[in-house]
Write a protein that binds this ligand. Structure first.
Ligand code: SAM
Length: 298
């Protein structure tokens, strides 16, 4: 009896997902489908929590490396001051580089941020965060989550299509970047532009969960070029996508080869099979869908 119930619920989840997709036509595909998910309040992917693989990566890899770089920079700065009497460079007085970059807070951007649980988590970990989503309702929910968590100050949320991001001028130094951010935050500027912008080559982490496997179906080279343009040299691309080693049960799937080929222009750090975190909808399946956790560097 239990099995029948589980089968029935599983079928209705897949049917609901397919119905939502099938009622879209080609021209609406990139937008209408996503608005309908939020209109219906049917968000099968949404666990309400940051992805466990992101938490693992941030706490065990990214932040320890960032802190080590900060310590190394501080030590170099102290030696320089001791031996030459010169002031050591600071984030606001020198150009971007691996060492000086570590003296500021890391910057992350999530494309397709949904209701913002991962953005809020990143902000709580000390990142300056930008969340982008096509759907205004998603962005409103993300903003509310950030306010509730007390991290709105370090989060910017944009309603935008990933293929048409509002690009700011390239900022070549941290001080240029900070100046640009301050200008964007001025109320008259917000009124003039309607929203903030994203700065090319300024992010230390581009995070994607279940969005790349959607956007690659529209223009794979295009979206990968967007990710590359967002990242500073050496910055991390972290993606969680559907994995074709099991039949598709909701999220679109791709093979390891397809994922590696898409990011061939990046340095591959790791590509590991994993599972998406449990959500109320995935609870009707025997286990959450299989995923790839791909980590690359620009
Ligand atoms: C499967 S959901 C994943 C949401 C979030 N990353 C999470 O894991 O909870 C995909 C998200 O991408 C957004 N999206 C789809 N196409 C987009 C586009 N062209 N530009 C920006 N966001 C897009 C959708 O509105 C949706 O919120």
């Amino acid at each position: 009896m239990c099995q029948i119930k589980s089968c029935h619920t599983r079928r209705s989840f897949i049917e609901q997902t397919q119905q939502t997709a099938e009622t879209t036509n080609m021209s609406e595909e990139a937008t209408g489908k996503w608005h309908r998910y939020y209109d219906k309040g049917f968000l099968p992917w949404d666990s309400g929590k940051p992805a466990s693989q992101l938490v693992e990566f941030v706490e065990n890899t990214f932040l320890p490396a960032w802190e080590a770089a900060t310590a190394a920079t501080a030590a170099t700065a102290a030696t320089t001051t001791e031996t030459t009497g010169e002031q050591a460079p600071t984030a606001s007085s020198s150009s971007d580089g691996a060492a000086t970059a570590a003296r500021r807070r890391p910057r992350a951007i999530e494309i397709g941020c949904g209701t913002g649980a991962s953005c809020v988590y990143l902000a709580q970990q000390g990142f300056v965060v930008t969340g982008v989503d096509l759907v205004a309702d998603a962005v409103a929910a993300a903003k509310e989550r950030a306010e509730h968590a007390g991290v709105s100050d370090c989060c910017t949320f944009l309603v935008a299509d990933a293929f048409q991001l509002p690009w700011a001028a390239e900022a070549h130094t941290d001080s240029e970047y900070e100046q640009q951010q301050q200008q964007q935050q001025q109320p008259q500027q917000e009124e003039a532009t309607g929203d903030a912008a994203v700065t090319p080559h300024s992010y230390d982490l581009v995070y994607d969960c279940q969005t790349f496997h959607v956007l690659r179906q529209i223009d794979e080279r295009g979206i990968v070029a967007v990710y590359k343009r967002l990242l500073r040299p050496g910055g991390y691309m972290f993606t969680l996508t559907g994995n074709a080693d099991e039949p598709e049960v909701g999220p679109s799937v791709l093979t390891r080869e397809e994922l590696c080929r898409a990011f061939a222009d990046f340095e591959q750090v790791s590509v590991q099979p994993s599972r998406f975190d449990m959500t109320p909808t995935y609870a009707s399946l025997s286990q959450p869908p299989l995923a790839w956790c791909g980590i690359f560097r620009a």
